[in-house]
Design a binder for this molecule. Structure first.
Ligand code: PRP
Ligand code: 7HP
Length: 179
């Protein structure tokens, strides 16, 4: 275990099993259709890499990177696009892949933004859901795990851009957050 980790919330094996199940469910639901997986950088990259290897439907990817306008205005839901999709999604079956839904502001913005581009369908898959933190309503179609209101790192999720490479989801020791 990494020395900064206080406890492991979800082990490598738990994640592997659940990602496999999600892949099977998504493959059934999209049967015989082609799915455009839209990964939201950077947090979703590891989840996406594992999820798509569990999909049996025809799959291709694109990526977006977004950032909220700083903590002071975060509740406004204002989101800035740092990297947009490479191609049009008009007429495509789009699956947004996120690492975590927290307040829901990022996803609410993304859904409204992508819907306006006229995809054939738009669904959301998140590895983690923290419902206690939600401030806006978002309809999530596939959820890996519902977790308590604790700040977590690993498997793509960061604290100050670190710990994304941990193979499990963990809570850090309090002294790490306090600097
Ligand atoms: C995280 C996460 C979601 C968002 C969730 O991204 O990946 O996109 O926050 O929070 P919300 O539901 O409160 O909007 P972050 O901005 O930390 O970027 P990162 O993926 O590059 O770490
Ligand atoms: C964003 C985020 N990033 C890492 N860990 C968490 O618990 C988070 N919630 N929202």
């Amino acid at each position: 275990m990494h020395p900064d980790v206080q406890k492991i919330l979800l082990s490598e094996e738990q994640i592997r099993e659940r990602v496999k199940e999600l892949g099977q469910q998504i493959s059934q639901d999209y049967h015989a259709r082609e799915v455009l997986v839209v990964g939201i950088l950077k947090g979703a990259m590891i989840f996406l890499a594992d999820l798509v290897r569990n999909l049996s439907v025809s799959t291709y990817f694109d990526f977006m990177a977004v950032s909220s306008y700083g903590s002071g205005t975060k509740s406004s839901g204002a989101v800035r696009i740092l990297k947009d999709l490479d191609k049009s999604i008009e007429g495509k079956h789009v699956l947004i892949v996120e690492d975590i839904v927290d307040t829901g502001l990022t996803l609410k913005y993304l859904v409204e933004n992508l819907k306006s581009r006229n995809p054939e369908s738009l669904k959301i898959c998140t590895l983690l859901d923290k419902p206690d933190r939600r401030t806006v309503d978002v309809q999530v179609d596939y959820t890996g795990f519902t977790i308590p209101n604790e700040f977590v790192v690993g498997y793509g999720l960061d604290f100050d851009e670190r710990y994304r490479n941990l193979p499990y989801i963990a809570v850090l020791k309090p002294e790490v957050y306090q600097g």
